[in-house]
Design a binder for this molecule. Structure first.
Ligand SMILES: [Zn+2]
Length: 64
């Protein structure tokens, strides 16, 4: 089990931190941990969560 992969932001060369993000889809919400750059705030979404498949998803970033 390798859940913690260290990702580096392309722009900032900063190490991304895990952040819990809440998704909403068809009146359901669920949360998932995604890596986020602490400098520019870019969120890395894996292909498992590809937004192309879920058109009406809302991302709500939970700040701390
Ligand atoms: Zn960045």
């Amino acid at each position: 089990m390798e859940e913690k992969r260290k990702l580096i932001c392309d722009k900032c060369k900063a190490q991304m931190e895990e952040l819990k993000v809440e998704f909403r889809y068809l009146n359901r919400s669920f949360s998932h941990k995604v890596p986020r750059c602490p400098v520019c705030g870019q969120v890395y979404i894996s292909e498992n969560l590809a937004l192309g498949r879920i058109k009406e998803v809302e991302l709500n970033l939970e700040e701390k």
